[in-house]
Design a protein around this ligand. Structure first.
Ligand code: HSE
Length: 306
């Protein structure tokens, strides 16, 4: 009976212009989980640290994904799972996605890699349905593939890995308020004018091209969101101030991480990324709202064994 430990990174979904279609993984922030095979065929969550999440395996995304995979593969073992969360649900950093993707990866490892990454993404997306009611792929794919990803199509699912310039550094500020993804999705307009759609998809093209050619200015010019940010930013205290002061510090671009409240910025090089962290800190320090700031490279491997 084997026991394995995985690290599942936090992820930034949407990346401004790519609502539900783009994401990237952070290197230095993520959850750890321990999966131990058991002889009886059930799934049990025996420990959860760092967040108030259900132990009921039908309500916790970890249990949902694990049960589904063991059933689908007719596995002849069960699982005992321990979850160590380092960032909170409702942060906009892909907390449920880290749980779901870490589980999909770990169970697959114990099944001798029966499934490919696309199939793992599909299993993990079922965890997202449990967490927020929608089968969203941007966080889970970024977590499983690492680097930048594009969800080119949902039906059939098609995930494209985009090259990540090594000098690209993320700064994220996580205000300690919870925004439920399901609520944050309610404020995104259901329809948009064609003119807005043109501006948005042109920026997605610009961002993908900039990542391929390491054109940092083009990456920065493309980090604009005409679809979700105008409404969602109202849910995030001091969003405009954080954005403006980060832009004044020489950042390439700033936006909402996933469904918020985390705000992300991308910079060329660590020095600017740290200057941006300081600028964000100055906005929040006297706000009365608790917050964490992280400066991280983009993870090029996503979820992995530790
Ligand atoms: N793309 C999703 C959204 C990510 O913005 O709602 C959820 O974290």
């Amino acid at each position: 009976m084997k026991s394995i430990k995985v690290f599942a990174p936090a992820t930034v979904a949407n990346v401004s212009c790519g609502f539900d279609a783009m994401g990237f993984a952070l290197e230095s922030l993520g959850d750890q989980m321990v999966f131990t095979q058991t002889e009886d065929n059930g799934v049990k969550i025996s420990k959860i640290e760092g967040a108030n999440l259900p132990y009921d395996v039908d309500k916790n995304v970890v249990g949902v994904v694990a049960k589904q995979m063991l059933e689908d593969s007719n596995a002849n073992f069960g699982l005992d799972i321990q979850i160590f969360k380092n960032f909170k649900p409702g942060s906009g950093l892909g907390s449920s996605a880290a749980s779901a993707s870490g589980t999909a990866f770990a169970v697959n490892t114990l099944l001798d890699n029966k499934y490919n990454k696309l199939e793992l993404t599909q299993f993990a997306m079922q965890g997202e349905v449990t967490a927020c009611g929608s089968a969203i792929a941007d966080n889970v794919a970024a977590c499983l593939y690492g680097g930048f990803i594009l969800v080119r199509s949902y039906n059939p699912l098609d995930i494209v890995s985009i090259p990540t310039p090594g000098e690209l550094i993320a700064t994220v500020i996580h205000p300690q308020i919870e925004i439920k993804t399901a609520d944050s999705r309610q404020v995104v307009p259901e329809t948009i004018p064609v003119k807005t759609a043109v501006a948005q998809w042109a920026n997605v093209g610009g961002l993908i091209s900039g990542l391929h050619t390491k054109d940092f200015n083009l990456i920065g010019r493309s980090l604009v969101d005409y679809v979700a940010e105008p409404k969602r930013k109202e849910l995030i205290p001091h969003f405009d101030k954080v954005k403006q002061s980060a832009l004044n510090s020489g950042v390439l671009g700033v936006g909402i991480s996933g469904s918020g409240p985390t705000i992300f910025a991308l910079s060329k090089g660590k020095n600017i990324a740290h200057k941006v962290a300081k600028a964000m800190d100055e906005v929040y320090v006297n706000s009365g709202i608790g917050y964490n700031i992280y400066v991280s490279r983009i993870s090029n491997k996503g979820v992995h064994l530790v």
